[in-house]
Write a protein that binds this ligand. Structure first.
Ligand code: GLN
Length: 285
């Protein structure tokens, strides 16, 4: 069995090398080589057909997979120069490639992402976006690709050491997020004196550093990045919620939803998804 595999490998490497240099040291084309070349061409044609099938999904703009996001959410999406990078950027590229499309990002406020999906401005919302009931009324979500939760950021030495200490405090959140919803919903018992809403986490962090607010409630991994990127802030260990991120797709585009779920499955099975997550999440800080 082992020998058979080795032999197959040799034959295959000849097969793939043939169009470039020929196999077995001869540079003149033999009948066998011609047949092999034909087989290579056939294989190439087959791949083209596969791609044509894969891109049979309808997108806003032919050939593109436009993803809406808020690129101030490191490590999921953030600016490096004028390029949007991060976990979601890599996932967008990997999915687009599988669908025979090119990923193109649209950067916007987080609370504009779902409306952009529903009005067909973008194909998908890929923004560290948590699946919740309210959003499910407006869009479909793919299978989840990561777990997350709301964390609390405070200045070093703050008297806030747990969620219970948020009572009576000024709490900053990112507008329209699950953190905003959690802190603003009375039944959750946070009891903040007031909730200050910001366009993104880094803006909230500026306000926290200047003492205008007492704490921030934000997703756990972005919270860790904010603390790592500034001096004088810490993130508490306690998580307020348990959430799952997934990709938002317009309700009527079920073909795209299915294709995305299939691509996500493949990325999970191949280990590629884990590699992307590890690259950004398991960094010693
Ligand atoms: N996970 C949070 C939400 O879905 C925050 C997402 C974000 O700010 N990008 O509301």
């Amino acid at each position: 069995m082992k020998r058979f595999k080795t032999l197959t490998a040799v034959v295959l490497s000849c097969f793939f090398a043939v169009s470039a240099a020929g196999c077995g040291g001869s540079s003149s084309e033999t009948e066998g080589e011609a047949a092999e070349e034909e087989a290579v061409e056939d294989a190439a044609e087959e791949t083209e057909t596969d791609e044509a099938e894969a891109s049979a999904v309808t997108t806003v703009q032919d050939g593109l997979l436009i993803w809406g996001t808020n690129a101030a959410f490191e490590p999921y999406e953030y600016m490096e120069g004028d390029v949007v990078v991060g976990i979601d950027a890599e996932i967008a590229d990997a999915i687009a490639e599988k669908l025979g499309l090119t990923a193109q990002v649209e950067n916007m406020d987080f609370d504009a992402v779902i409306p952009s999906v529903t009005t067909g401005k973008v194909d998908i919302g890929l923004a560290g976006m948590t699946v919740n009931e309210e959003r499910l009324n407006n869009v479909n979500f793919s299978d989840p690709y990561v777990e997350a939760g709301q964390a609390i950021i405070v200045p070093e030495g703050s008297d806030i050491t747990s969620a219970a200490d948020l009572e009576g405090k000024i709490v900053g959140v990112q507008r329209g997020t699950t953190g905003d919803e959690y802190v603003s919903t009375e039944e959750n018992g946070i009891g903040a004196a007031s909730v200050e809403r910001f366009s993104n986490g880094p803006d909230a962090a500026q306000s926290l550093l200047t003492g205008k607010i007492d704490a921030i409630v934000l997703d756990n991994e972005p919270s860790k990045k904010i603390v790592a990127n500034s001096t004088g802030l810490v993130v508490l260990d306690e998580l307020l919620t348990s959430e799952e991120y997934a990709i938002a797709v317009a309700k009527e585009n079920t073909a795209l939803l299915d294709a995305i779920n299939e691509a996500l499955d493949e990325l999970e099975e191949s280990g590629e998804l884990q590699e992307i997550l590890d690259k950004y999440l398991n960094i010693e800080e």
